[in-house]
Design a protein around this ligand. Sequence first.
Ligand code: ZN
Length: 368
Amino acid sequence: MIILGIESTCDETGAAILKIVEKEDGQMNVKVLANIISSQIKKHKKFGGVVPQLAAKLHQKNFIPVLEEALQTAKINLPAGGVKDLDKIDLICVAKGPGLIPALLAGVSAAKTLAWGLKKPLVGVNHMEGHIVSSLLETKLKVKSEKLKVFEMPALALLVSGGHTQLVLIESWLRYKILGETRDDAAGEAYDKVAKMLGLGYPGGARIEELAKIGNSKAFNFPRPMEKSGDYDFSFSGLKTSVKYTLDSLKLKLKVLPSVRNTYISDIAASFQAAVIDVLVSKTIRAAQEYKIKTLIIGGGVSINQELRRQLKKSLNKNLPKVKFLAPEKEYSNDNAAMIALAGYFRFKSGEISDWEKVQTEAKLRLK
Ligand code: ZN
């Protein structure tokens, strides 16, 4: 089966083509034939964040070239590839939310037009479900015939990105319970805001991670917000304020001693990152223990962070050594259309097809 995935929830325009081969013995091969992403980061950079109307305009401008490149790369009709391959597509899946409405509209309208024109089934996908299944891309899955069961349940997913921080429990296939989420800034958003304060530019997550490697994570004792709150919610806004106060108090020193400035910046980056990771890891492990999970999944742009992965694995090995850890490849951690295609395919397999007219954007769509 050939599946086209479309992603436009925020500032990445994505088109992906998946080939899924189901075998009689219940094995399933998930092959990504193309995963094309056109990032708008450079265009939003001067505004210090994503501007919804600009995002929508760029999605519209970029979608056709991105789709064409996906078809070229996938070469469904060897060796030519290209737009005439559109008729080889069996299923179209589009992220319908959560996200920025102007951005979502661009992808959803394109998907509806294609579904109508090509007379192909269409599935509207929850973008967060895409992140949950992103670690299954490019893998061989074992599928129990009547019910898809690709990982052992109960499973827990930690979804961390610039837009979201959620802990999601999966007790049965395609059924979700949000155990907790951020009450203010998402983890990735806090990274970006702190990076801006430190003069590291936007987006700053990767830069902070880099500096944290050389900095001393114990140099500043930043708060671990809500670590002991007893629930699974997060809050990163206070931590960001604490970094600001620390920077203010160091201002004089940073001016007088420019030579030690870089050391301070690296130490703040390392101490800030340690605080974020401590909270994420301790809440995730506590939920994992409470719900006796068998699989831990991470996803989202912040899940690329190597220190976060290392700390999670370390704590898992110590506390719950039998739990299986699933993490996506870097390419599939950030927003992408391949994960949307796979999530949509699973929905399709469980009998969910939407009439193209009925697929609507939902800015605040929630997993349930
Ligand atoms: Zn995302």
